[in-house]
Design a protein around this ligand. Structure first.
Ligand SMILES: Cc1cc2nc3c(=O)[nH]c(=O)nc-3n(C[C@H](O)[C@H](O)[C@H](O)COP(=O)(O)OP(=O)(O)OC[C@H]3O[C@@H](n4cnc5c(N)ncnc54)[C@H](O)[C@@H]3O)c2cc1C
Length: 756
């Protein structure tokens, strides 16, 4: 066996030594491999540019990694608000869907492997793990290079590129490069933000550390370390401690909001460890928790999860009004939808509740200008450091939103390299439209935008289908749903008279049922507070009573309406087991009352039950609702908006198939398909424990066919997007997609079909 190294190396003494240095040149250097940096890197690499991704820790994911173990969230917000079908799309969607498939239990180590696999399978990415960016050189207003150091291989890296992205959470790159930043909370006056906190509440959100426990089935003793908190009554919520809470459900173990959350992080960590071990000591040894006897500590966070430190000033600072009023921006490249979620600076020691929420009616757009440093010409901002006020940050900071906007940075960087322009120049209208188009092509959801792709051959085709689903009646084979809270069925209706709708109810005692047809204030607004029509039905006891609703009304344009049954303790309504893309029932869970003093609007929250729970109501419609026609494949929308925007074959179609025909032969190198992975479904990455690992309405097996010739066949798909490439390209004047199987018992949907 030969080795390149001699058996012994003897280095003579010398004055001094330096680390080995490697020079790497790329198109884009990204510092920070949290979800924002990771998704920026993958998007940029797939768009064809060379990326160096520098991550100071052993795995990717930042707060979503196994080191911190937070579940990644975004606009779906665990179904707590009215952001229907709002999952973000693009690379982060692919990651979430893959993680759900491989890891429905939410094992944080598996999340690491999903992220690492995605990155190392991109040939355009050079990944430097355990490597911290520690220095910057400048060339005028631009960054010229970044110095980074890897403690594992004792190597210093000199990284050069025309473009840089700071996704480091603390903004180390922007800080070193001298970019303008802020830390703390803006006054109410500066941006007119009424929700801006006062001194007593505090200006910064703190860090958190938490623990996992395990029941080993035999008694386990616990001796606390000397630094554990002695007196847990210093924590105002100590009486509500529970052995059932672990992992990121312990988010409230928070501290440090009155300190320097960059430079005091080590001190904050010690305080958090003190609290964690004090809480655990109380659970184990206070005698109040007999069930804790066989529990042991499985894991305690070694680094704190950071919520907030620096925010950098970009070309625009997003603010409360942008979120609450859902203001449109010409340069929108993504969206957010988490509530404005401020925490008291004293964290676990505060008398205030752990978080204060302010919800908008729905999702809001985020402009590209928030992602570009105002003063360092070649610096992009990604993750929690983007250009937003403290109040807006309280919403944009969550990781799926960060990842989504990171994707916009990755694509923008590719556009800058391709066109030889600086990041700020992409704000020019033509360039911005091109960027938005590139993002939409990769599945990025930008609310209010549709993919209007002039190069898509499918849009020039005539479409036909073996059949299309039409809602005339849904079988009443589901469990009867009691009206212990008000319940509504979302229905996509065309412009004009609303069809005659019907329902079946069981009635336990004489009563009057109130039925309302409601809608939102826009066709794609899902807060149903506009009442279009209403009726009251005097009912006598008896099961299975058919109600013809006679809600005689018109709608001005195609939109979702909510067939709303108001709370009635004597009535239950029949439901169906049939799941249909773009249909769902929702319940009135709570109402956010208006508080003009802080800019809080009144919002009724009507939200679905999480799958596999929740059922559509067994409604009838006359004439049938025909909202699942084959033309939906090319309407430019990849999810329900004011319409389901998906093609669905009729229930019972033995061979569902959609066909594209052109007047002359087309040369097709690539067919891109989008399937329904239920963009309403939150996909918490860790701890949650999901009951389904695939989406019932997602296509599993399909084939592409020209006449009788199968030109591509796929099986086992569970992803939102799939691409079939033809080399050499296919030359044909027709092409069919046959849906062979879905993941559920109902019809599987094809949402988008694109040919290039
Ligand atoms: C306790 C807690 C609860 C939260 N709850 C949620 C939640 O439920 N869901 C949710 O989505 N969000 C939640 N958040 C918010 C969210 O985790 C953060 O806002 C988010 O991580 C920001 O993403 P990021 O990519 O900017 O930063 P990070 O996830 O922190 O990633 C930045 C990465 O950059 C690396 N880095 C830093 N400095 C350097 C350097 N010099 N060189 C190289 N790499 C560097 C870091 O190690 C890190 O891995 C919570 C945060 C905390 C702390």
């Amino acid at each position: 066996m030969s080795s390149e190294r001699p058996l012994l190396v003897i280095e003579p003494a010398t004055e001094q030594r330096d680390f080995r240095t490697e020079q790497l040149d790329a198109d884009l250097v990204i510092v920070g491999g949290g979800l924002a940096g990771t998704c920026a890197a993958i998007t940029a690499a797939r768009a064809g540019i060379r990326v160096v991704l520098v991550q100071d820790r052993p795995v990717l994911g930042g707060n979503a990694s196994s080191e911190v173990r937070l579940w990644a969230l975004g606009a779906t917000a665990q179904l707590s608000n009215n952001n229907r079908w709002s999952r973000e799309g693009g690379v982060i969607d692919e990651i979430l869907v893959e993680n759900l498939f491989r890891n429905p239990e939410g094992n944080a180590v598996v999340v690491d492997t999903v992220l690492l696999e995605k990155v190392v399978s991109e040939p355009n990415i050079t990944l430097l793990l355990n490597t911290a960016a520690v220095g910057v050189t400048k060339d005028g207003a631009d960054i010229a290079s970044v110095t980074a150091f890897c403690s594992q291989n004792s190597t210093r890296y000199e990284l050069t590129a025309p473009l840089f992205c700071d996704a480091s959470g603390d903004g180390v790159l922007g800080f070193l490069a001298g970019a303008a930043y802020r830390m703390g909370a803006e006054s109410r006056e500066e941006f007119g933000e009424l929700f801006a906190p006062e001194e007593e509440f505090g200006a910064l959100l703190g860090h958190s550390i938490y623990f996992y426990t395990k029941d080993v089935g035999v008694p386990v003793a616990f001796t606390p370390p000397g630094y554990a908190l002695d007196d847990v009554t210093a924590i105002p919520r100590w009486r509500s401690f529970s052995t059932a809470e672990q992992g990121c459900r312990l988010w409230w173990i928070e501290y440090g909001g009155r300190l320097d959350t960059v430079h005091d992080t080590e001190a904050i960590k010690w305080e958090l460890w003190k609290v964690v071990y004090g809480v655990w000591n109380h659970l184990k040894n206070s005698g109040r928790f007999p069930e804790a006897e066989t529990l042991t500590l499985e894991w305690v966070g070694l680094i704190p999860g950071k919520r907030e430190s620096r925010r950098f000033e970009g070309l625009y600072m997003l603010r409360q009004q942008d979120l609450v009023e859902q203001r449109p921006h010409d340069d929108a490249v993504g969206s957010g939808g988490w509530s404005i979620d401020l925490h008291p600076a004293d964290g676990v020691f505060s008398e205030y509740a752990g978080s204060h929420h302010l919800h908008a009616r729905g999702v809001y757009q985020v402009p590209y200008r928030c992602l570009v440093s105002r003063d360092v010409g070649n610096l992009f901002l990604a993750g929690r450091i983007i250009s937003v006020t403290h109040v807006a940050f309280a919403s944009t900071r969550v990781m799926v939103t960060s990842a989504h906007l990171g994707q916009a940075v990755g694509m923008a960087a590719a556009a800058c390299v391709r066109d030889g322009v600086a990041p700020a120049q992409l704000t020019e209208p033509d360039r911005m439209r091109a960027l938005q188009l590139d993002l939409l092509r990769t599945g990025q959801h930008i609310p209010g935008h549709r993919l209007d792709d002039p190069d898509d051959l499918a849009r020039r085709a005539r479409l036909s289908a073996s059949s299309s689903f039409a809602l005339s009646s849904l079988p009443g084979d589901g469990p009867a749903a009691p009206l212990d809270t008000s319940l509504a069925q979302l229905l996509p209706v065309p412009a004009g008279p609303v069809p005659q709708l019907g329902l079946t109810v069981d009635v336990a005692a004489p009563t009057t049922l109130r039925v309302e047809l409601r809608t939102g204030n826009r066709p794609d607004d899902y807060t149903p507070d506009v009442v279009l029509a209403s009726r009251e039905f005097p009912l006598t006891p008896g099961p299975g009573q058919r109600l013809k609703l006679d809600l005689d009304t018109d709608v001005d344009e195609p939109r979702y309406v909510f067939l709303t049954l108001l709370r009635n303790e004597h009535v239950a309504v029949h439901t169906t087991l049939t799941r249909v893309t773009g249909l769902m029932s929702v319940r009135h869970r709570s109402t956010q009352e208006a508080d003009p003093a802080v800019g809080r609007p009144r919002v009724e929250f009507w939200t679905p039950e999480r799958r596999p729970g929740g059922h559509n109501l067994a409604v009838t419609a006359d004439p049938p609702l025909r909202a699942w026609e084959v033309d939906s494949l090319v309407d430019g929308h990849a999810r329900p908006t004011s319409h389901p925007n998906a093609w669905l074959a009729a229930v019972g179609d033995p061979a569902p198939s959609a066909t594209l025909r052109w007047d002359s032969p087309q040369t097709i190198a690539r067919v891109e398909l989008t399937f329904d992975t239920d963009p309403d479904h939150p996909m918490e990455t860790v701890l949650w424990g999901h009951l389904e690992r695939t989406t019932p309405s997602c296509v599993r097996d399909y084939r592409l066919r020209v006449g009788d010739t199968v030109v591509a066949e796929r099986s086992g798909n569970h992803q939102t997007r799939d691409t079939v490439t033809f080399d050499p390209p296919l030359v044909t004047d027709h092409l069919a997609v046959d849906v062979l199987a879905g993941h559920g018992s109902g019809p599987a949907a094809v949402v988008q079909l694109r040919c290039h």
